[in-house]
Design a protein around this ligand. Structure first.
Ligand SMILES: *[C@@H]1O[C@H](CO)[C@@H](O)[C@H](O)[C@H]1NC(C)=O
Ligand SMILES: *[C@@H]1O[C@H](CO)[C@@H](O)[C@H](O)[C@H]1NC(C)=O
Ligand SMILES: *[C@@H]1O[C@H](CO)[C@@H](O)[C@H](O)[C@H]1NC(C)=O
Ligand SMILES: *[C@@H]1O[C@H](CO)[C@@H](O)[C@H](O)[C@H]1NC(C)=O
Ligand SMILES: *[C@@H]1O[C@H](CO)[C@@H](O)[C@H](O)[C@H]1NC(C)=O
Length: 331
């Protein structure tokens, strides 16, 4: 099911945190599947990924309270611990909100029901602009039990948005004061089934819209945002862009053309993109609906590399089976 939108977003200036310049254009056809390489196999359920300006990957796991660093240039390298967060068992979302400063969502997670202990969800900042990363508590999100994706907002470094997969909501947090506020709670974000089902999962802001997936409903949607004196609000109804029948979308990476490279359970990476006529389509980049491609076993998130031009065209995908897979999007 697709909805015509009329507006195609392309060549939006790239946010500081994205730093990606893919060469594939909307008009060029992608030769799929794109080549993949397993660069690391972890024993942990990998949940999310962010990339530092040094090209290093930051990896989170719902089975560990330690944030890890991985050098992407060494195949089968070593996970280097960056920091272990107290009073938590899991880290979900991660987002860079100022150059070199990342926020992570830590919580005490019951992995069976995929819900956090109420009151345990804390946002922390990890500042890499010094020899040893400086870690500080930003604030707690007492209303969240389904803490999942996290995103920064281009040009609004004081504000982070956190997804709650349980209550179908997005909360904002002020990175200076730690104050939090409900931005939106909507049926399009609800799980639509009891725990352990997850509703809204990945979320990213691009070109004035908040894009998000709903894992249980199998949807990719967006909602226009308004940001006024650090207060984020929606400026219109949620727009359903695409459905991923039979597959559960997780987190995704948006490129400079506004296309979403989306991790799908059980085993695919899909491109969700606006066609020339304004409707949105999906294309299997790696894997398929059956999920029988061992190159990607339960993908959870994706992020473009940083550094030279070649790195910015490498998409790093994490999976629940502990894989870190490099997808070459050069075309
Ligand atoms: C990395 O480890 C995997 C097994 O996890 C192995 O199949 C692969 O050959 C190794 N690659 C290199 C370059 O060592
Ligand atoms: C961890 O929890 C304990 C007990 O609730 C509390 O005293 C302590 O301050 C917490 N630590 C941090 C870093 O929040
Ligand atoms: C997780 O939740 C289930 C269902 O409520 C419960 O039976 C189990 O004891 C919980 N596990 C932990 C570690 O709290
Ligand atoms: C728009 O283009 C896509 C891709 O070419 C096509 O699948 C779809 O049917 C078109 N939709 C309309 C309403 O023309
Ligand atoms: C997945 O299953 C389909 C249908 O059985 C088969 O054609 C395809 O080769 C399989 N792919 C892999 C990677 O095993």
């Amino acid at each position: 099911m697709f909805i015509a939108l009329g507006i195609i977003i392309c060549s939006i200036s790239s946010p500081v945190v994205a730093g990606l310049t893919p060469t594939c254009t909307l008009s060029s056809s992608l030769l799929v599947p794109l080549p993949t390489q397993l660069i690391f196999q972890s024993s942990l359920f990998l949940e999310n990924i962010a990339v530092r300006t040094s090209s290093d990957l930051l990896l989170t796991s719902v089975e560990s309270s330690t944030l890890h660093n991985l050098n992407p240039f060494t195949v089968n390298g070593t996970l280097a611990p960056v920091h272990t967060f107290s009073n938590s068992t899991a880290i979900s979302g991660i987002a860079e909100y100022r150059p070199g400063v990342f926020a992570v969502v830590a919580s005490v997670l019951n992995t069976t029901i995929r819900r956090a202990v109420p009151g345990s969800v804390v946002l922390w900042s990890v500042d890499f602009n010094q020899a040893v990363a400086a870690v500080n508590k930003i604030g707690t999100l007492p209303d969240l039990t389904g803490a999942n994706g996290l995103t920064s907002i281009p040009d609004a470094p004081d504000t982070l948005l956190a997804a709650d997969s349980a209550s179908g909501a997005v909360w904002q947090m002020n990175t200076r004061t730690g104050a939090s506020r409900l931005v939106i709670q909507d049926p399009s974000m609800l799980p639509g089934a009891p725990a352990p089902a997850l509703g809204i999962n990945g979320l990213h802001v691009h070109g004035g819209f908040l894009y998000f997936t709903n894992s249980q409903l199998g949807t990719f949607s967006r909602v226009p945002l308004k940001i006024e004196s650090d207060e984020v609000s929606t400026e219109g109804p949620v727009q359903l862009l695409a459905t991923t029948t039979g597959q559960s979308p997780d987190d995704f990476a948006i490129d400079t053309f506004g296309r979403a490279w989306t991790a799908l359970h059980p085993g695919a990476l899909d491109l969700v993109f606006p066609a020339a006529n304004g409707t949105w389509s999906t294309l299997d980049i790696v894997g398929n609906l059956l999920g029988n491609n061992s190159a990607l076993n339960q993908p959870t998130s994706a992020a473009f590399g940083r550094g030279d031009l070649l790195q910015t065209q490498m998409l790093y995908v994490t999976t629940a089976a502990g894989q870190v897979v490099r997808v070459d999007t050069t075309c």
